[in-house]
Design a protein around this ligand. Structure first.
Ligand code: ARG
Length: 460
């Protein structure tokens, strides 16, 4: 059992079971680089304010670099008795540079130190996620742009509703992921606040310069209240909530990919490289990537709920409960990153079954609304036109035909406003190209949306 930095007031040694129970090293060792970066900035600030000498700071910084090199070379020894990454690094620093290591923790507490580490970690990961989301959005725009001539049924209630361009359908996901990216960008502003120097909870008596530390670590803002700085994790909850919404979008896209690649739909084929086979059924080609992404959505929600529950009702300020924040955050970060990466690679490798999609769009009375619109355009009130079209659908159904398969004289039984131009009016092309309202599926609109997306992506 090693000496504890806090064992001055303790007569007994910590129970082994308690050491193992309270240790977080297996999880928070991931934060080593941020912990060292924070400590180096802290040293520089302590030297600048004259709290330690320049020479002491240099020794400490060299020592911290040496610890980092050991960790990266896999030569570092982890031990539950040292609890967490902060104490591991400080303890090894002591072995390397001697007594001066004891000065590193001046005007600092592990409470503000861990708050800094998580913020540094989440800042880097959020930036990486933002970048990868914009790559994903690019992949979606490319797929849309390459398939502006593909039509498929648009669905509501998973029932065929009206024809849409595949590019329009895909660009709906572009919009969703753009909002996700914007949420991460917004959340980053609140992550990017420097808490160090709040010490245990009340600030410190030393003449520190927190703004200088912030400048060294490239933080635009310094936290304004020492108690809030060590007590708060709402920036992480916000991150997890943005991650959860992003996973909602992935789960919907995945579900569609799974449906579309079934033999029942056969709208798409995912390339061999992104599917897997069955160990028993030789014919199988399974959309496992999509299924796993859909499944992993639950993990990310779980992380959000874990952190919300963890923080709920905690009295001010730091409580050891908060040590449990890291696992859910790390897991959500890794899960989301892997989902974005796999989708960005998979999307360009999807074959579009254009003919099947078109045939589906031409069956199932997708032009019933347009028949009503046709009658309304000739002066019939829309509600009445809706009834007329409904009766035409019922009749066509009884004949096992589509509306556009009926003869003109048959259609005229429902309204004599119907003329020969109806057949052109009810074609899939016409139906799509008439939907020119802003945000609608007409080709011109979709091309503009793609162009707009390209502009947005260029500025990132
Ligand atoms: N391992 C702790 C955590 O992750 C660091 C802070 C410990 N502070 C304390 N007062 N015991 O939250």
């Amino acid at each position: 059992m090693s000496e504890k930095p806090w064992d001055g007031r303790f007569a007994e040694k910590t129970d082994k079971l308690v050491e193992a129970f309270t240790s977080s090293i297996q999880v928070d060792k991931q934060l080593y680089a941020y912990d060292i970066e924070g400590s180096i900035a802290h040293c520089r600030m302590l030297a600048k304010t004259g709290i330690i000498s320049g020479q002491e700071a240099d020794t400490l910084i060299q020592g911290l670099d040496a610890v980092k090199a050991e960790i990266e070379a896999g030569k570092f020894r982890y031990d539950d008795s040292l609890e967490d990454i902060h104490m591991h690094i400080e303890s090894r620093l002591g072995e390397i540079v001697g007594n001066v290591a004891k000065k590193l923790h001046t005007a600092r507490s592990r409470n503000d130190q861990v708050a800094l580490d998580i913020r540094l970690y989440l800042r880097a990961e959020t930036r990486a996620i933002i970048k990868s989301l914009s790559d994903l959005r690019k992949a979606i725009v490319n797929l849309a742009e390459n398939h502006t001539d593909v039509v498929l049924p648009g669905y509501t209630h998973l029932q065929r509703a009206q024809p849409v361009l595949l590019a329009h359908h895909l660009m709906a996901y572009y919009e969703m992921f753009s909002r996700d990216q914007a949420r991460f960008e917004d959340c980053l502003k609140r992550i990017n606040v420097m808490p160090l120097g709040s010490a245990a909870l009340a600030g410190t008596t030393y003449p520190i310069d927190r703004h200088y530390t912030a400048q060294l670590l490239d933080f635009p803002n310094v936290s304004a209240n020492s108690m809030d700085s060590v007590a708060d994790r709402d920036f992480a909850i916000e991150f997890l909530s943005a991650a959860s919404l992003c996973m909602v979008h992935f789960s919907r896209l995945s579900d569609e990919m799974i449906l579309w690649s079934s033999s029942e739909f056969a709208f798409i084929e995912i390339s061999d490289a992104f599917t897997t086979g069955s160990s028993i059924m030789p014919q199988k080609k399974n959309p496992d990537v999509c299924e796993l992404v859909r499944g992993k959505t639950g993990r990310v929600f779980g992380s959000l709920i874990a952190l919300l529950t963890l923080m709920k009702s905690l009295p001010m300020t730091y409580n050891r409960d908060m040590q449990e924040d890291k696992e859910p955050v790390f897991d959500a970060v890794n899960t989301l990153k892997s989902c974005i990466a796999v989708y960005t690679e998979m999307l360009p490798n999807i074959a579009i079954r254009k003919e099947t999609m078109r045939q589906a769009a031409e069956k199932g009375f997708l032009n019933a609304t347009d028949l009503a619109d046709y009658l309304a355009s000739k002066g019939m009130p829309f509600r009445e036109a809706h009834g007329c079209s409904g009766r035409a659908v019922a009749f066509a159904l009884s004949q096992n035909k589509e509306i556009h398969d009926l003869e003109l004289w048959e259609l005229k039984k429902f309204s004599d406003m119907i003329e020969a131009d109806i057949f052109d009016f009810l074609t899939t092309e016409q139906m799509i190209s008439r939907r020119t309202s802003f945000g609608g599926t007409a080709l011109e609109n979709v091309k503009q949306a793609i162009e707009q997306a390209r502009k947005e992506l260029k500025t990132q």
